[in-house]
Design a protein around this ligand. Sequence first.
Ligand code: GDS
Length: 208
Amino acid sequence: MSSYTLTYFPVKGRCGALKMMLADNGQQLKENLVSIEDWMKGDLKGSCLFGQLPKLEDGDLVLYQSNAMLRHLGRKHDAYGKTVCEASRIDMMNDSVEDLRLKYIKMIYQEYDTGKEAYCKDLPNHLKPFECILSKSKSGFLVGEKISFADYNLFDLLLNHKTLCSTCLDSFPALKSYVDKIAARPKVKALLECESFKKLPINGNGKQ
Ligand code: GDS
């Protein structure tokens, strides 16, 4: 079994989906948690290819960029579709999840106090396409018959949004049952209930 090592701040942040995918596949993860104080010293930042975390090590492979990590794990653990066309559709879905994540991060880190209300009001417009896709999906996943890395990513982001606005899925029955179904997968459930995961804040600035 590969052993993965993740270096990141003590937050869920951009690594929630990755941890869920590894847990769901019975993979072990070693974590190096980096405090802001240590990060501010600059040595680690200077050693990171793009000056940022997370960093994932898989043997000799060192990866930066959380979505590249999800794709790598998707390829390794059969969570990247059955065909080239499925893989491309999974990429498309993940890019849309990333679009929403970037909006979420901008609101959280730059305009939480002034922008949260407008963000929540506009949220249904961003959730609707996912609802539409899932309501037509026979498997209950975004693409094909199996869970993919884009599902873990969307699931993680939906959990963040439920914390932000507890009623945000009320008018989206397919998304609601999607979240319930993934949350009930035994290994995902175990991770979500594990103290070391639960205690991590969602974001680094304490806003959620
Ligand atoms: N595209 C990368 C990925 O997906 O992995 C983004 C990685 C990233 O943003 N890492 C952040 C980091 O290492 C931690 S996530 N920050 C330390 C640094 O830059 O020195 N990110 C945009 C995004 O996620 O797309 C952010 O907005 C992060 N904010 C969220 S925390 C600034 C400050 O103190 O305000 N120096 C840094 C704020 C910041 O990084």
